[in-house]
Design a protein around this ligand. Structure first.
Ligand code: PMP
Length: 280
């Protein structure tokens, strides 16, 4: 079942117009929520970010956050989802194609659930990344539907036989195609500051909080591609990929070529936050 506005219906019946501005302009915002054991993980962070994306793009949320949360919980229940994601997007609505905000259009909300297991193999073994120019706009803090540069970046990595890209602006590392990026050097955790150049990841926040609790020093300061090549450890963070080690960058091994000690410590602390399945 899908959620459309405030109603639940089969996918085939979702009445999305070909004039939806999400389709023409990517004129919309979205969130991806993680569901563990039937429960949304870190909902408050996602709703705060959604409110910010809505405010700064001037897209009105079609319902209150508590109403929306109730609907998403019902969607999870109707789909009997235990482990997976909820994808939700809100566009500015449907109107004849014209750049100015339409006067009549009403925002259009659509959400669905998808089962997804934890990526245990990549969490354990790590992935390979390549570096690439970050050609996106200057409001990467907004979670909007305009993902063409991210899509092209990810495909570029796959075409090169890598798993992911590490994006940089003139040598300053920002993030990955759909995740935040961190390195460890001499025991210190480094990641790009949460400004307009990166998405303020919910997983990034959780991991930084865990690092502080574990007395791992954190530096939210820009660093370079060269710093990455000399790092002891590297990893990415995201709702679906959790804490995934990066063991090779541009063909060069990072650290020992295995997930580093601090990465593993953070992975273990993160796993502790995941609600365990209730005994059947
Ligand atoms: N950066 C980008 C560009 C993303 O698309 C995402 C989410 N997929 C993230 C970072 C990670 O954010 P979160 O931890 O909230 O999933």
């Amino acid at each position: 079942m899908y959620l459309f506005q405030n109603q639940f219906m089969p996918k085939e019946q979702v009445p999305i117009s070909p004039e939806d501005r999400g389709y023409y302009f990517g004129d919309g915002i979205y969130e991806v929520f993680r569901v563990y054991n039937g429960v949304i993980f870190e909902p408050d962070g996602h709703y705060r970010r959604l409110e910010k994306s809505a405010k700064d793009t001037r897209i009105a949320l079609p319902s209150s956050i508590s109403e929306l949360n109730g609907n998403l919980e019902e969607l999870i229940r109707l789909n009997e989802l235990t482990e997976g994601i909820v994808y939700m997007q809100i566009t500015r609505g449907a109107a004849p194609r014209s750049h100015p905000f339409p006067k009549q259009a009403e925002p259009v909300l659509m959400a669905y659930c998808s089962p997804m297991a934890r990526p245990l193999s990549t969490i354990e073994h790590g992935i390979r990344a390549i570096t690439m120019d970050d050609i996106r706009w200057l409001r990467c803090d907004l979670k909007t539907l305009n993902l063409l540069p991210n899509v092209m970046a990810k495909q570029h990595a796959l075409d090169q036989g890598a798993d992911e890209v590490i994006l940089h602006r003139s040598g300053t590392v920002t993030e990955c195609s759909a995740s935040n990026f961190m390195i460890v050097k001499e025991g210190v955790l480094h990641t790009h500051p949460a400004n307009h150049l990166i998405l303020h990841g919910i997983t990034r926040d959780v991991v930084l909080k865990l690092a502080r609790e574990l007395s791992i020093p954190v530096q939210e300061q820009p660093f370079t591609v060269e710093n990455v090549q000399q790092a002891d450890e590297a990893f990415l963070t995201s709702t679906t990929q959790e804490v995934t080690p990066i063991i090779q960058v541009d063909g060069q091994t990072i650290g020992t070529g295995a997930p580093g000690a601090i990465t593993v410590k953070l992975q273990q602390a993160f796993a502790q936050l995941i609600p365990a399945a209730s005994p059947s």
